[in-house]
Design a protein around this ligand. Structure first.
Ligand code: MN
Length: 255
């Protein structure tokens, strides 16, 4: 099995090292194609307005001067053109990718891009106990449970247009309650904070912050599972159509 690893925290992120050690338990043919710089919050963006370059660091290790989506596209289309991957793992992200936040996530979007290219793709994120920890986020849960969560997914056919989103709770390996397959949740509070400041030249700027507000997650959601100490596993589909709403919307136009 040939595995391609990527992330949105950049080629030097600690979580990528963790993912490399997890992938090594699954295969000895592991490639890395990741953004040269951090791209958290990049979502599924594709670089169209300027050229992107590839830098080779080792035989199977490359960085890309672009987004996570750029990395997967160049990984499959150029770097691994003749040795296509069987599996794409994205992460382990520094921080959660839960609920509606997945639409901002470069980590999850890299797995979406892999799925679009027809490669089995899985996103992995390590929840942190509080925001603003930077590289101090402990990856103990992901490290200890990564192989155990991934191995059953390698044999299981989860569908051509489906990716899997995994989050590890901010707990020690022993404190984890188990693995829970749950749906995507929604936050019941407003978006993250916007911090206003003034730059050295006297101009105002705005900086988006992350939210850390307590909330009550919906039942059987990824948010609830993480709150209860479980590793969340959520299958996600690329088809965003709301089939339940189609009939009513057709009626709007048909009179
Ligand atoms: Mn990130």
């Amino acid at each position: 099995m040939r595995i391609l690893l990527t992330n949105d925290d950049g080629i030097n992120a600690p979580g990528l090292k963790i993912l490399e050690s997890i992938a090594a338990t699954l295969s000895d043919d592991v490639w890395v194609v990741a953004p040269a710089e951090e791209n958290s919050g990049a979502g599924h963006s594709l670089t169209l307005t300027h050229p992107v370059r590839i830098r080779q660091h080792d035989e199977k290790r490359y960085s890309v001067t672009g987004t996570p989506t750029d990395s997967v596209m160049l990984g499959i289309g150029v770097i691994m053109k003749d040795v296509r991957p069987d599996l794409i793992l994205s992460g382990v992200n520094r921080g959660a990718n839960l609920g509606d936040d997945v639409t901002y996530s470069g980590t999850v979007s890299a797995a979406m891009e892999g799925t679009l290219a027809g490669v089995r793709s899985i996103a992995l994120s390590q929840v942190s106990s509080r925001e603003g920890m930077g590289d101090a986020v402990p990856f103990a849960a992901a490290q200890a449970w990564g192989e155990r969560v991934l191995r059953p997914l390698l044999e299981h056919d989860f569908g051509d247009r489906t990716l899997v989103n995994i989050n590890f709770p901010a707990l020690s390996a022993e404190e984890i309650q188990g693995i829970s397959v749950v749906r995507q949740g929604f936050h019941d509070y407003a978006r993250g904070s916007i911090v206003k400041g003034t730059d050295p030249r006297g101009y105002d700027y705005y900086w988006f912050g992350l939210h850390g507000i307590e909330h009550t997650p919906g039942h059987d959601t990824d948010l609830e599972a993480i709150g209860d100490g479980f590793i969340s596993v959520t299958p996600m589909q690329l088809d965003l159509t709301d089939y339940d709403a189609m009939g009513a919307l057709k009626a709007v136009y048909d009179g």
